[in-house]
Design a protein around this ligand. Sequence first.
Ligand code: NAD
Ligand code: UGA
Length: 458
Amino acid sequence: MTNILCIGAGYVGGSTMPIVASHCPQHRFVIVDINEARIAAWQSDKLPIYEPGLDEIVQKTRGKNLFFSTDVDKHIAEADIIFVSVNTPTKMFGQGAGKAADLQYWEKTARQILENSTTSKIVVEKSTLPVRTGEAMERILNSNGKGLNFDVLSNPEFLAEGTAVRDMENPDRILIGGRETASGRKAIETLVELYATWVSRERIITTNLWSSELSKLVANAFLAQRISSINSISALCEKTEADVNEVARAIGLDNRIGKYFLRAGVGFGGSCFKKDILHLVYLCEHYGLPEVAAYWEQVETMNEYQEMRFVSKMVTSMFNTIAGKRIAVFGAAFKANTNDTRESPALEVCRALLEEHAEVIITDPQAMENARYDLGELAKRITFEPDPYAAANGAHAIAVVTEWSQFAQLDYEKIHASMVKPAFLFDGRNLLDHRKLYEVGFNVYPIGRPALTHLLSQ
Ligand code: NAD
Ligand code: UGA
């Protein structure tokens, strides 16, 4: 039996480790966190994150070979392998503020591992980190004077929220980076063995430490770049009566381009794309590559443009003012099937609508609590309404900003009847049947497709 510890019971630690535990009943897994409320929630019937399929897996493993705890020191002492999945947000102070990674949680964890270790260990970077962080980690850990050996590996996580269970059960690849020393190679092999319990060996790739760290940032940057690319084209489509869905399909059928991640929308959100692109930009600046930095920074700039373009279109279409108008915002989560609202375009849209003095009502099947928390003081100026019919009742407009399938199943005839006329619908995710909505009487504004409107001058 191997004692496996995961430090950080957030989205990554909390959704990956139960799956590993379910495949490896011979090992003992503990997930620790300094956040007591979070650990209590992991031990309860209402898990702190909503992730389809995760409840069953936690129920199956919890108390058998999976345990949650706040006693970080004790479990570090007992562990053979430690996964570190603490948060690595953007630094908001001092050098690199607004771009660089804030590595304080990371470094604290490294020192805590050092302090509490009495045996040698494998330490695995699961968090997304700037390239060469492993070096700092090694220096801290191996300055121990206790005669202990720490092998640092990089094993970035590629799961997407909403499909975490599927992604972890059947990953495109598992990436493991380590040192090319005898001890490093042995550590890599130990981790390969663990994953090989359920992942075929061709899908487990090994690299040097720096390639692995950098590949994670680059994967996210490429994914975000595709979204910004198609969103930039959506703006051109709106000027030319081309249809962005048709363009995406036409280009995506070229195998070299591929069909995924070409859904135009209100912009990408989530805790990672923006932060990881900015970390990449900062690294490029740090290494004296301003042109490369500017190239990647444009991906984020385009995303902000897309979010604001959506709100501008709402204002101009609704006769250049939305002050005092009731707007029902359908969605708060940054994507469907999650309760995560971090960097959600939905909340950016709400903030911009409030600036225009609109009356904002939000509805979301899972993310209302997090939305309220993330909006802070502004939440007091917003109505949170779980029932989408009630949210739209008496509204001048609906803005669809999260692609929950529930929103596509609503009775829009009934909704239209309850709204102020002319009724507007802005579909920031191209989720709904626009022709049908138009026939019901809505003035419909999709992304990157011609508007369908009953208004004479539009
Ligand atoms: P999160 O904020 O949800 O969770 C991090 C957890 O670490 C928090 O609960 C926090 O309390 C805990 N923590 C911080 N310092 C600690 C310490 N010293 N001891 C114990 N616990 C500590 O973050 P997340 O979304 O799980 O992301 C974690 C990392 O994984 C980030 O680097 C992120 O970029 C990366 N990542 C995230 C996703 C995702 O879908 N969310 C996917 C891939 C990679
Ligand atoms: C993303 C990556 O997909 C994961 O591989 C990675 O592990 C993770 O970031 C991370 O490092 O945190 P995630 O942010 O959970 O996963 O979700 P995505 O499916 O990538 O969606 C991100 C955002 O892009 C969402 O707001 C989504 O609505 C938007 N999106 C996605 C589009 O606007 N169009 C698309 O075609 C795809």
